[in-house]
Design a binder for this molecule. Structure first.
Ligand code: ARG
Length: 459
């Protein structure tokens, strides 16, 4: 028991399996930087209230940097009794600078405010690096949207052909989702960036430490105003897990579309070899495994969110060991999302599109709404034109024509005498998409406006 930092009151040994069960070092060591910074600035706070002198502080800082170097180079030697990153670093500091000085570092601090602080620092940085690669993903999508502006394809509702759209319009859909994700990420980063440090185990700090000063040094925007909340709160973990889940939901729908578009039946897109795999049995197969994994891994991330919500829901106030269960789901979700962003970026930047197949999938019945709009422009109420256009569709079907565009002007006039020879102008897909100039529509001008608008939000 004397190997443990908290061993003073213990006489019996812990069960070895309990040691393993309890230990978080295998996964929380990735927070070593945050933990060392925590101690570095916390001790500056101790100096300010006279609990350390300048010499002691320098010695502590020297030791902390040696430990940082060891973690960085992979030479940190873990010892029995190192429960987590906090105890491991403190134990090692004692070995380097002597227990007399190292033993002062934790004055007034608890692992409860320490771990809450480390997590927030770690998360803040993880979200910053996700932001950067997410910006690249959106950039790759927008670049395609700009350069393939002329490509038309069917837009679907209920997975049934609905109306013609631009391929760029489809791309902008996902660029829009991901831009909202990007902005939401900045909001979460902002909200979590407040410091719990200086709250002690739960009741606050007995030496009047300057929490604002330490918070500022650690890059926080302020400190949490209630010590109980400071050590209790893991809502930021939940928010990040929710963010990851919602992002993966968008990635999953994006992938599902592309999986459908890449089937032989559609043939709109072809995945590059870099993001496909073959079959062990069928030599002809090229499977969209990257997209299927993007879709499949979303389930795993949703699981992390709901799993941690379950862990959190009935914990009594302040710190309880259940809260250590925040780390594995969080770290796993962050890694999964990071990899997913990189794979999605690779897929979308290297995808080949087949413009002809996309164009040939457009059918004249998809202009039935435009036919109704034609009569609206002649003053007929839409509900009436909808009916008239429907009749045209049914008449063309009855006459076994290949489409409504094959009806003669006379046949149109039989349906409604307000049709005239200019009805032929309706049957042009390009004209149809170009009519939709209002904000958010398919006209070139509107699509370009969306691209500019999204770009301006990525700052
Ligand atoms: N490894 C612990 C965690 O991640 C650190 C806090 C432990 N505090 C305690 N009082 N046991 O939550």
């Amino acid at each position: 028991a004397e190997l443990k930092l908290w061993g003073g009151r213990f006489t019996g040994k812990t069960d070895p399996l309990m040691d393993l069960y309890n230990a978080s070092l295998p996964y929380d060591q990735k927070m070593y930087n945050a933990d060392l910074d925590n101690s570095k600035y916390y001790t500056e706070g101790l100096l300010k209230v006279g609990l350390l002198n300048q010499e002691e502080l320098s010695e502590i800082h020297r030791g902390l940097e040696i430990i940082r170097g060891e973690w960085k180079s992979g030479s940190f030697v873990e010892k029995q009794g190192d429960e987590d990153i906090h105890t491991a670093n403190e134990r090692r500091l004692g070995e380097i600078i002597g227990r007399h000085i190292a033993g002062k570092v934790h004055t007034g601090r608890s692992r409860n405010d320490q771990v809450a602080t480390d997590m927030r620092i770690y998360c803040r940085e993880a979200l910053e690096s996700l932001s950067q690669i997410l910006r690249d993903l959106i950039g790759a999508i927008l670049q395609r949207a700009e350069s393939e502006l002329d490509v038309l394809m069917p837009g679907y509702t209920h997975l049934q052909r609905a109306q013609p759209i631009r391929w760029s319009h489809w791309l902008n859909l996902y660029a829009s989702y991901f831009t909202e994700d990007f902005k939401r990420l900045q909001q979460i980063k902002e909200r979590l960036n407040v410091s719990p440090l200086g709250s002690g185990a739960l009741a606050g700090h007995p030496y009047g430490i300057d929490r604002e000063y330490i918070a500022g040094k650690l890059g926080f925007n302020g400190c949490i105003g209630n010590s109980l909340q400071a050590v209790s709160d893991r809502d930021f973990v939940v928010e990040i897990l929710f963010w990851c889940s919602l992002f993966m939901n968008h990635v999953s729908r994006f992938s599902e579309d592309l999986i459908i578009y890449s089937t032989a039946e559609f043939g709109f897109v072809k995945l590059s070899d870099a993001y496909s795999t073959g079959s062990s049995l069928m030599p002809q197969k090229k499977n969209p495994d990257s997209l299927e994994l993007l879709r499949g891994k979303s389930g795993r991330v949703f699981g992390s969110l709901s799993g941690f919500m379950m862990s959190l829901k009935s914990i009594p106030s302040t710190y309880n060991k259940d809260m250590q269960e925040d780390k594995e789901p969080l770290f796993d979700a962050l890694t999964t999302v990071e990899h997913s962003i990189l794979i999605a970026t690779g897929v979308i930047s290297t995808l080949d599109i087949n413009k002809e197949k996309m164009f040939n999938a457009l059918t004249m019945d998809m202009l039935a709404t435009d036919l109704a709009d034609y009569l609206v422009r002649k003053g007929v109420p839409f509900r009436e034109t909808h009916h008239i256009s429907g009749e045209a569709v049914s008449k063309a079907e009855k006459l076994n024509l290949s489409g409504i565009d094959k009806l003669t002007v006379d046949q149109f006039k039989e349906i409604d005498e307000r049709f005239s020879s200019d009805v032929a102008d309706v049957f042009d897909f390009e004209v149809s998409v170009e009519r939709r100039t209002a904000i958010g529509g398919t006209a070139k001008s509107a699509v370009l406006q969306q691209i500019e608008n999204l770009k301006s939000q990525l700052v």
